[in-house]
Design a protein around this ligand. Structure first.
Ligand code: MF3
Ligand code: CO
Length: 250
């Protein structure tokens, strides 16, 4: 069931989402050679608490950390472990959720450590982020859910990359994951009608190779089956009268 949000509720989601945005901004400092995913975890946890928020992922379905830190062929839900030490050319996807005053924010971003190893990695990050904004542009009242997925997919497949199918975006608000599911693929004009007051987490996950995924033995980390690299960008948006409003941007 989808509950449309009041303007007051949208403000609360925005407060939580802006804390996430600040966390991600600060973590760029840690996407350097020799730093570890655990350094990011510590910094993020402290920052969220200082802002009066609570890490939203920790304990969610048993997930053990504040952050998901997914490196190279890891797509999402990678653990921010101490032995995950960054090397030049790594691409590091960081996903973070915050609960504040009963409402959630959730956003993600992929960093490159030092410099790209090759042009394809650079294009992967560029296109994944671009596809997020294409998806957001399609999130207007009167459009349908499939228009979002179609916009993302078209952007990504145009250059030979694949959108991950096994994980999707979601509604967000007083729960971290609300209806509807938001696939990053779809048919134009298909699916549920988009309405003013919907709050959505749009999150393209894109592989430079094929979209098939495998789960590591930790039960969480999703990697590409073909070992190709993956990127992930996520924003929370609210559908307003005059179009989509990005809540998780500073
Ligand atoms: N942004 C991801 C999602 O919405 C991260 C969730 S991590 C989890 O699925 F631990 F909360 F599952
Ligand atoms: Co999400």
């Amino acid at each position: 069931m989808i509950r449309l949000k009041s303007p007051e509720e949208i403000v609360k989601i925005e407060v939580a989402a802006k804390i996430v945005a600040e966390v991600l901004m600060r973590l760029s400092e840690y996407a350097v050679v020799g730093a570890s995913a655990y350094d990011m975890e510590m910094a993020a946890t402290e920052f969220i608490h200082n802002r009066g928020g609570t890490p939203a992922f920790k304990g969610y379905g048993g997930y053990p950390y504040t952050l998901c830190v997914s490196v190279n062929d890891e797509i999402i839900h990678g653990f921010p472990s101490r032995d995950k030490i960054f090397a030049a050319g790594d691409i590091v996807s960081v996903d973070c959720g915050v609960l504040k005053d009963g409402y959630y924010g959730d956003a993600a971003k992929t960093f490159v450590v030092d410099e790209f190893l090759n042009e394809r990695d650079r294009l992967l990050l560029e296109k994944t982020e671009e596809s997020l904004y294409e998806g957001i542009r399609a999130a207007v009242a009167g459009n349908r859910l499939g228009d979002i997925g179609h916009a993302v997919q078209t952007c990504v497949e145009g250059v030979g990359f694949s959108v991950i199918r096994d994980y999707v975006g979601h509604g967000i608000g007083s729960s971290l994951h609300e209806d509807p599911h938001i696939p990053n693929f779809g048919r134009q004009g298909s699916g549920m009608l988009l309405r003013v007051g919907m709050t959505l987490a749009i999150e393209p996950m894109v592989a430079s190779g094929q979209y098939n995924v495998e789960l590591l033995e930790d039960g969480w980390t999703a990697v590409t089956a073909d070992g190709s690299r993956a990127a992930h960008f996520e924003h929370d948006i609210a559908i307003m009268e005059d179009g989509p409003r990005i809540l998780s941007r500073l």
